[in-house]
Design a protein around this ligand. Structure first.
Ligand SMILES: [Zn+2]
Length: 211
């Protein structure tokens, strides 16, 4: 069950106040996607994971957080034009802009999540082209995160899925083949990913498909 309310937030860059939807309760009653996207009802709470000031277009996980960029960053062509990606989803656009901000400040982990979330929001509107573009963007920060945490097998497992769902099937297969997971379930997921990639299947698959 999803419970939500709204709250007023002051934009730290332009000073104007806007209202945003806030989720106060959500549950998870199904299985996760292979890339860790949660099931319903949490799956449908993405609108509350990013807040955009409607006046200056600044985005943040929470507008009350201390801004890591200044107002000039919001005028850069990449921010204004969303990197030339023809997003069909406003939510995906917001996550893309959050990705730009996180990349700018060198936060690889959150740049990765924001790019992946832009892909998820695009998936929901069947905007396959933007979703694939965002997954391609997610690879570099994910690789940086893996460099920071070389023993984290979950990150490597996610990378296989990101490559496959970006349509980079050969890269997904090659990457998976060079890995050995100490976690048996992750190894099964990696094997399944290879099977899917060999069939050039870029669709969403869930963890309960793995035997
Ligand atoms: Zn603002």
């Amino acid at each position: 069950m999803l419970t939500e309310t709204t709250g007023a937030y002051k934009c730290p860059l332009c000073g104007k106040i806007s209202r945003h939807r806030i989720v106060v309760g959500a549950d998870e009653s199904d299985v996760y996607d292979l890339d860790t996207r949660p099931p319903e009802t949490r799956r449908s709470t993405m609108f509350s994971w990013v807040q955009e000031c409607p006046y200056c277009s600044y985005v943040a996980s929470k507008l009350t957080d201390r801004p890591p960029v200044d107002a000039a960053f919001l005028k850069t062509p990449e921010y204004v034009g969303c990197g030339g990606i023809a997003f069909q989803s406003d939510l995906a656009k917001q996550f893309y802009r959050l990705y730009l901000i996180k990349t700018r400040v060198g936060d690889a982990r959150n740049a990765y999540w924001s790019a992946l979330e832009a892909a998820w929001a695009s998936d929901d509107l069947l905007d396959d082209q933007s979703a694939a573009a965002c997954r391609k963007l997610a690879i570099e920060p994910l690789e940086q995160w893996i460099e920071q945490q070389p023993d984290n097998e979950h990150l490597k497992g996610m990378k296989i899925d990101v490559l496959r769902r970006a349509g980079m099937f050969d890269e997904a297969i090659q990457y998976a083949k060079q890995l050995t997971f100490s976690d048996g379930f992750l190894q099964k997921i990696a094997d399944y990913e290879v099977e899917l990639a060999k069939k050039q299947d870029a669709a969403c698959h869930k963890t309960d498909e793995v035997q």
